[in-house]
Design a protein around this ligand. Structure first.
Ligand SMILES: [Zn+2]
Length: 435
């Protein structure tokens, strides 16, 4: 089986025509077919036959990539050198791709965006008690995540407090939870470490990681030990940075990424991770309102990004920052908006390697590390660039599991190892952050 056949019978009986698709890229077909079966298994977990599929789109150069990003197609991920990116394609999208001049191959079936919501009609509520392991085995809704954090706060009232840092487009509060010792008066002001989760709605394992780091931080703070944890430091966790988008990904569209801004042209959503001020408006963001990476009408045009910005500024001192995303298993540091080296790039490179080593410890999985621009792709207006620019913080994006086999729909049995890896990386960064 060396090359694509003329047609392919997918597991749901629909015949996929390849005759109009020129397969220019040497797709390792055996690998692709293996992916088909894996994806079929994943899709059937919450859906049956659908008109949705995962396509691998050949992207020859940067200009073509920008053309794809400016469209309204639902892009999954891209790496330089991979020669392309996968797209979540619904009815009409294959035609759209051809009109834009792209070649593509069929990777596997995907569930319809609303199939998840339908499968959840009789869902029993998760046990959000912090004594339960359920948050390690199952994805939590927005309400369940917030209940989990509230349970943390009532169990560890001395070490866990919270603050409302803003309000979403749909008027939902955005919370930041503080983990640390009670504020002292006088002395050197404490250094702050900020972690944010679920800025992108569909990257659900990011929310699971936030809960785990919160619980482990509270437990470590309250356990008597020889070396103090978070000495003259505070760890802040924003469990759900994009609450409207996250809810929407449960109720309407499992593949939703942006916030729920109603744009002037009638489409919905601004990509909050293209809406920050450093390098805003540059390559790897889009001015098209329908684009998945629509940057908004101006830097900080969105209440969710303003909430993060103003909260961080109110802290005064921010030494470290992580924005948790999925997927691709990467540790990325500034800059993402330019290929120029950051003044501290050597320190980032060394620290990135130490975090990589720490993350590898629990399960033997290696996350690639490097400057955002070169390691993943150019992205302008992203959060770590702003945190580094504003505070000179050790600021990272961590792309959690997996390598792309399942992508956003990471199977629940991978939540636990992903949490372990994130906690290991977080501990390394916390230990290296000045007091
Ligand atoms: Zn993301």
């Amino acid at each position: 089986m060396g090359r694509a056949r003329k047609s392919y019978e997918n597991p749901y009986g629909r015949r996929w025509q390849f005759d109009t698709v020129r397969c220019k890229i040497p797709v390792p077909m055996r690998h692709r077919l293996a992916t088909v079966f894996v994806l079929a298994a994943a899709a059937t977990a919450w859906a049956t036959a659908s008109d949705w599929s995962r396509l691998h789109v050949h992207v020859p150069d940067d200009a073509a990539m920008q053309r794809l990003l400016d469209s309204d197609l639902n892009i999954m991920q891209c790496h330089p050198g991979c020669g392309g990116t996968d797209v979540i394609a619904g009815p009409g999208d294959e035609f759209k791709l051809r009109m834009l001049g792209f070649d593509f191959t069929y990777v596997g079936p995907m569930a319809a965006p609303d199939a998840w919501a339908k499968s959840q009609i009789n869902r029993t509520a998760a046990n959000a008690s912090i004594q339960s392991d359920e948050y390690r085995n199952r994805y939590f809704t927005a309400d369940e995540i917030l209940t989990f954090f509230e349970n943390l706060r009532t169990t560890y009232p001395v070490f866990v407090t919270r603050r409302q840092i803003g309000t979403s487009i749909n008027s939902e509060p955005i919370w930041a939870y503080r983990f640390g010792r009670p504020l002292r008066t006088g002395g050197q002001p404490e250094n702050n470490i900020v972690f944010i989760n679920l800025i992108h709605a569909r990257e659900w394992v990011s929310g699971s990681v936030g809960m785990h780091i919160g619980l482990r931080a509270a437990q470590t703070l309250s356990a008597p030990q020889q070396t103090p944890f978070l000495p003259n430091q505070a760890l802040w966790i924003v469990p759900i940075t994009n609450p409207d988008g996250y809810r929407f990904s449960w109720t309407n569209d499992r593949y939703w990424r942006k916030n729920r801004r109603r744009n002037s042209g009638g489409s919905f959503g601004v990509d909050l991770n293209r809406n920050f001020g450093t390098g805003w408006g540059g390559g790897g963001s889009s001015g098209n309102q329908s684009s998945l990476i629509y940057r908004g009408t101006a830097a900080f045009s969105e209440p969710e990004s303003v909430a993060i910005r103003d909260f961080a500024i109110s802290l005064g001192r921010v030494g470290a920052y992580i924005d948790f995303h999925s997927f691709s298993q990467l540790i990325l540091w500034p800059w993402s908006y330019t290929s120029n080296r950051a003044a501290d790039w050597q320190a980032f490179d060394a620290q990135g390697r130490r975090m990589q080593t720490a993350i590898r410890q629990p399960w033997g999985v290696t996350y690639t590390q490097g400057q955002g621009f070169q390691t993943i792709y150019q992205a302008s207006g992203v959060t770590p660039d702003w945190f580094y620019d504003r505070f000179r913080a050790s600021a990272y994006t961590i792309e959690l599991r997996d390598d792309g086999t399942f992508g956003f729909e990471l199977p629940a049995d991978q939540i636990r190892p992903t949490q372990d890896e994130a906690w290991a990386g977080a501990l390394q960064l916390i230990a290296e952050t000045p007091r």
